[in-house]
Design a protein around this ligand. Structure first.
Ligand code: ADP
Length: 412
């Protein structure tokens, strides 16, 4: 069966068509600037690539264009949309309602709507993507795969915040965690790769990309994760500040500064502070130059002190989470690096593991040169340190296939 994987944002729609017979990617693409001037589609099928610039007023038009290019005589890979067995959608927030992926029906759509307040930027866009595909592919099953679902196994002591309990009971204020599809894929794949069972294993997964999160996984189930009610909590990220004293929000709201460092002169709202914490902070905010780790590395290598500080803060933060998760689980057997930074930045990996020999983790500098699936710890390291490239699309496609063929997802 061919499965279409869709990730819809407020002005974008990413897609990938996967042949589940062999789990082969047939084509992928991105529709950008939906509803904005300059909208376009970038599409590739193997070596063949094309770009179409045209007006794309809404998600339905984006979905239509996606189907058109997938059937294109030159750049397409299917003859008819009937070949698409089902569509799997990435949905950011499933709240506490979803512990696993589901077939989309009216109740599921309502539950996704109910989570709008928890994911105000993403969930409405994700639902738009689902409804657009429903319209242009009538009768094709749609599946929703939630970024939060894998983390639903966390115990209350890990997901509760110390605010009055009624906020969790009445308003669902708690830790949810994100990147769950990646954490789930990587936690399964690393065991498969090492030829071991997840049962009895304590694994720490470092998903380090533009957005970054760590998770503690025991017996294949998530015990804790660094992101919270929203993706702002946890590590320093590309443009997000990560965890800080909540009183910082009040202080900055009362004493805001302009981009040039001069006082604004009047208080700003909590929403404005959070926008700054989400979009102008992290590597970007500390370096003052870039949110991209590659730029930060280059700047630091050329002596930029702020870029060096940003690097150090990121590495220190990852170390602290590894230490705390090892303590929380009573040990650690495997540490995994994944996503853009985790898969590609050998220097950062080495600096994170450096000094962790007290807990049995040592890097082999030669093995660490990899960008592929590999063990990178030394032979005498008690903790196995690995690189496992993430593959959220394949996880979404597998859940979609499982749900439409057997009615349930395997091993969640
Ligand atoms: P997203 O969270 O948007 O999916 P990615 O997982 O693509 O992000 O990660 C983006 C980060 O990964 C950037 O900071 C970038 O510097 C880093 N990165 C991506 N590719 C490479 C590479 N080839 N070498 C070093 N760093 C990389």
């Amino acid at each position: 069966m061919k499965i279409l994987v869709v990730n819809a944002g407020s002005s974008s729609l990413k897609y990938q068509l996967i042949d589940m017979d062999g789990e082969k990617e047939l084509a992928k693409g991105l529709v950008e600037r939906i509803g904005i001037e300059g909208s376009r589609l970038k599409h590739s099928a193997g070596e063949k690539k094309t770009e179409i610039s045209q007006e794309i007023p809404d998600h339905e038009a984006a979905a239509q264009l996606m189907l058109k290019i997938l059937q294109d005589p030159e750049f397409g890979v299917i003859k008819s949309t009937d070949e698409i067995g089902a569509v799997g959608h990435r949905v950011l927030h499933g709240g506490s309602a979803f512990t696993a992926s589901v077939i989309v029906n009216d109740a599921a759509k309502q539950a996704i709507r109910d989570c709008f307040p928890l994911g105000p930027l993403h969930n409405p866009a994700n639902l738009m993507g689902i409804e657009a595909c429903e319209k242009v592919m009538k009768g094709t099953p749609q599946v929703a795969v939630f970024d939060t679902a894998f983390h639903q196994t966390m115990p209350p002591k890990a997901y509760m915040y110390g605010v009055p309990k009624m906020y969790e009971e009445k308003l669902h204020v708690r830790r949810y965690g994100f990147h769950g599809t990646s954490h789930r894929y990587v936690s399964r794949r690393v065991c498969e790769f090492l030829g071991i069972s997840p049962v009895g294993k304590k694994i720490i997964i470092c998903h380090l990309g533009n957005g970054s999160s760590l998770s503690a996984v025991m017996d294949g189930k998530c015990q804790d994760t660094s992101m919270g009610l929203t993706p702002l909590e946890g590590l320093l990220m590309g443009t997000r500040c990560g965890s800080c004293d909540p009183a910082v929000v009040q202080f900055i709201a009362n004493n805001p500064l302009k981009d040039d460092g001069t006082p604004v002169g009047h208080p700003i709202s909590v929403d404005e502070v959070l926008t700054m914490m989400n979009k102008k902070s992290g590597l970007l905010g500390i370096s003052g130059k870039s949110s991209d780790c590659r730029d930060i590395d280059e700047l630091a290598n050329n002596g930029d002190e702020n870029a060096k500080l940003a690097q150090e803060m990121l590495i220190y933060g990852i170390k602290k989470y590894i230490g705390s998760y090892a303590a929380a689980m009573g040990g650690v057997d495997i540490i995994v690096f994944t996503a853009g930074i985790g898969e590609n930045n050998a220097d950062l990996r080495a600096r994170v593991i450096d000094g962790l020999d007290f807990m049995g983790a040592k890097i082999d500098p030669e093995k660490n040169k990899t960008r592929k699936e590999a063990v990178i710890s030394s032979d005498d390291s008690r903790v196995t340190v690995c690189v496992i490239p993430t593959n959220e699309e394949i996880m979404i496609a597998r859940d979609t296939l499982d749900l439409v063929t057997t009615g349930k997802v395997r091993d969640n």
